[in-house]
Design a protein around this ligand. Structure first.
Ligand SMILES: NC(=O)c1ccc[n+]([C@@H]2O[C@H](COP(=O)([O-])OP(=O)(O)OC[C@H]3O[C@@H](n4cnc5c(N)ncnc54)[C@H](O)[C@@H]3O)[C@@H](O)[C@H]2O)c1
Length: 418
């Protein structure tokens, strides 16, 4: 057993423990969750924290104090921070339009990255990041933490084992409620571009992006090559007074012939549990965001899988840490594994042309002393009907729906906004 001697200098203790030095860029917003995870892993002796970068640290005193108590040095410019002599990996938890530059700069300093999702929103940006990552060879893990759960991995394995026969389609539904307050949380929420960079913030590229990512992984049973999107028809709508979408339905054909139907909205009355159904010729699997998984076999018998509770963010950290230490070869979600998602999202914008505003008469808008809530009238019934029949909204009787174009994605290399 290893007994730690307090007299051993810090650097040597780190080497004995193989304790990696982390640095965090962005400590507010979701960076607060990263601060908590870094603090937890540091208290367990798994990592230490060398540095953090935050231009607005006075706004996040609690996180600043936690990180400084771990001995982390505070920077206000991430490029200065990247010159720190011994960083083992950097976590990037900043606004979406900053991801590409920060990730490439970290890689060019030879530093592995844990990058918040979405890695980028324009396919040309993601491709540039993949090119640098592959050239430099340092790992980039994308924090699509739902890719790491036992339940989701079991879903993929069950598909591969043929437990539902040949997969014909994937249907995913994500219906959440987001108020005006949500759109006021930062200055890029709900925008298409911010400071000249693409953001495409909405149900697809941000709030429910985990559902899109996992659905496209499920379409290929975990093999992105199989799930490459060939074409897409998508309808983008907005109920909130924003630039980007808050409601999307889409039909996607993947390379292996699987048809994917996606329905995501932030204009629901409540937060329903998002789910993905994978439909085969001998049964059906349903994976839910609460990490439950159900198999319905060809005879209609139901089998519920059991899983232990797990911390998905911890999974993502440990996976990258093991990868850096050489104990693991595969990341749960690398940059290349996000390409189908980003391509699909770009195709969805091109297909829809515009983000179509939903007429006020079709909305329930309620105000209280704190915020304004916008819901689409009858959205649950509409999504239920459309998802069961695998239809786009424009193929149902709903008045406000707009028919859109099919877009070929086989040679699509640059985001084209309508
Ligand atoms: N994995 C998840 O479940 C999950 C959940 C929520 C958000 N996110 C992602 O986290 C990322 C951040 O989202 P957010 O809502 O926290 O954003 P945010 O706008 O609140 O910013 C996060 C932090 O980055 C800091 N920041 C801004 N510019 C910076 C710069 N140049 N250098 C250093 N720090 C800078 C901000 O001051 C803030 O502290 C996004 O990619 C978002 O999609 C992921």
């Amino acid at each position: 057993m290893l007994v730690l001697n307090r007299a051993i200098p810090n650097q040597r203790r780190r080497m004995i423990l193989n304790q990696l030095k982390a640095a965090l860029i962005g400590i507010g917003g979701f960076g607060k969750s990263h601060t908590a995870m870094i603090s937890k892993l540091a208290s367990e002796g798994i990592i230490s924290c060398a540095a953090f970068c935050e231009p607005n640290a006075d706004k996040f005193e609690k996180e600043r104090d936690i990180l400084q108590s771990l001995g982390a040095q505070h920077y206000t410019d991430y490029r200065d921070m990247l010159k720190h002599p011994d960083l083992d990996f950097v976590i990037i938890a900043t606004p979406i339009p900053l991801h590409k530059r920060m990730c490439i700069d970290a890689l060019e300093q030879g530093v592995p990255v844990l990058l918040e999702k979405p890695p980028a929103v324009a396919i040309e940006d993601l491709d540039a990041m993949i090119e640098v990552q592959q050239r430099i060879g340092q790992p980039v893990a994308v924090n699509f933490q739902n890719t790491s759960s036992q339940s989701f991995l079991q879903l993929l394995q069950s598909i591969r084992e043929g437990r539902i026969g040949k997969v014909a389609s994937v249907v995913a539904v994500g219906m959440w409620k987001r108020t005006q307050q949500y759109y006021e949380r930062n200055n890029w929420a709900g925008t298409l571009r911010y400071n000249g960079e693409y953001v495409l913030d909405g149900s697809m590229c941000n709030a429910l992006s985990h559902l899109w990512q996992n659905s496209l992984l499920a379409a290929g049973a975990g093999d992105p090559e199989q799930a490459q999107p060939q074409w897409i028809e998508a309808e983008l709508y907005k109920g909130h007074p924003i630039e980007s979408e808050d409601t999307v339905c889409a039909k996607i054909r993947s390379k292996n012939g699987v048809l994917v139907h996606m329905y995501t909205t932030l204009c629901n009355e409540n937060n329903d549990t998002p789910y993905i159904k994978v439909i085969g010729d001998k049964g059906e699997l349903q994976w839910n965001y609460d990490q439950s998984l159900r198999l319905t076999d060809g005879e209609g018998k139901i089998h519920n899988f059991e899983f232990e509770k797990e911390d998905l963010m911890r999974n993502m950290y440990m996976n990258l840490i093991r990868r850096i230490r050489g104990e693991e070869t595969k990341l749960f979600c690398d940059l290349a594994a996000c390409r189908n998602f980003v391509l699909t999202a770009n195709g969805a914008f091109t297909s829809s042309g515009l983000v179509h505003p939903i007429p006020e008469g079709a909305l329930d808008i309620a105000s209280d002393e704190t915020t304004v809530t916008t819901a689409i009238k009858g959205i649950r019934e509409l999504v239920k009907e459309a998802s069961e029949k695998q239809q786009l909204f424009s193929e149902t009787a709903v008045q406000w729906a707009v028919r859109t174009q099919r877009v070929d994605l086989r040679d699509y290399r640059q985001l084209q906004l309508g």
